[in-house]
Write a protein that binds this ligand. Structure first.
Ligand SMILES: [Zn+2]
Length: 248
């Protein structure tokens, strides 16, 4: 898998883990249309989906989906055999409903069981995009593809983000409380400054840079003339550098 593609999937998965509490193994509800497309493209869902997610996945289907696929078996040749490889998830439909109805009922209003849905059914996809936190997977030719989180999902994630950040008024209350308790109010700022002083530029990285660029000594060192940088200069005058490069 190409790196860009891998990164994209991981970013989307990260989104669902952060904002909708998804976790491994990811439960993927697979319907007949997806299996039919997989059969046509001759790809093995069981192999390809875990590879694509680069994580553990659990492939699931429901009784209703199997029954629906069975009734149109001639059109969906081969899809049924693929479907039957997966775990059958209880959907509690005593009289079977259509695959898309069944999936929608399992997702419910907010997908509280954290299902992903693998389908090629456009109208089902449209319906699922309206429910926040439902990862959609479809086949683009031979490539399984996790769709970008829907607008509804992103909007909900944004609102969650906002509720996590401290407002100015809350910040003011915190400040007064800290003052009452005798705690320093600018604690974090001080800590950050200290950290910067401690860390400084890595002396080893300075050495390497100087070796690479011969004759670049004239370049002024920007900003801070920290002790470490000065030391490096003293340690490595031009003739020493030349000696090193000759030895190497
Ligand atoms: Zn069902």
């Amino acid at each position: 898998m190409k790196i860009a593609r891998y990164k994209k999937v991981q970013r989307f998965i990260g989104f669902y883990t952060n904002y909708f509490k998804f976790h491994q193994p990811y439960q993927i509800l697979v319907d007949g249309t997806f299996c039919f497309a997989a059969r046509q493209e001759q790809i093995n869902i069981k192999d390809q989906l875990p590879k694509y997610f680069a994580s553990e996945v659990k492939l699931l289907t429901t009784k209703c989906i199997i029954i629906e696929t069975e009734t149109i078996a001639k059109k969906t040749f081969g899809a049924l055999t693929i479907l039957k490889q997966f775990g059958i998830h209880q959907c509690n439909h005593k009289t079977p409903v259509t695959g898309s109805e069944c999936l929608l009922s399992m997702i419910g209003k907010n997908n509280s069981h954290h299902y992903c849905v693998a389908t090629q059914d456009r109208s089902l996809q449209d319906a699922l995009r309206e429910i926040p936190g439902v990862p959609l997977i479809y086949l683009h030719k031979k490539a399984p593809t996790l769709e970008k989180p829907s607008d509804v999902s992103q909007a909900l994630a944004e609102s969650k983000k906002e509720s996590c950040t401290i407002t100015e008024s809350q910040n003011a209350v915190l400040k007064t409380l800290k003052e009452k308790c005798g705690l320093p109010t600018t604690e974090t700022g001080e800590r950050r400054k200290k950290k910067k002083k401690k860390g400084g530029p890595n002396p080893l990285s300075c050495l390497k840079k100087k070796k690479k660029s011969k004759g670049s000594q004239k370049q002024p060192i920007p900003k801070s003339e920290g002790k470490i940088k000065k030391r490096v200069r003293v340690k490595l005058p031009a003739h020493v550098k030349q000696a090193i490069s000759v030895n190497k």
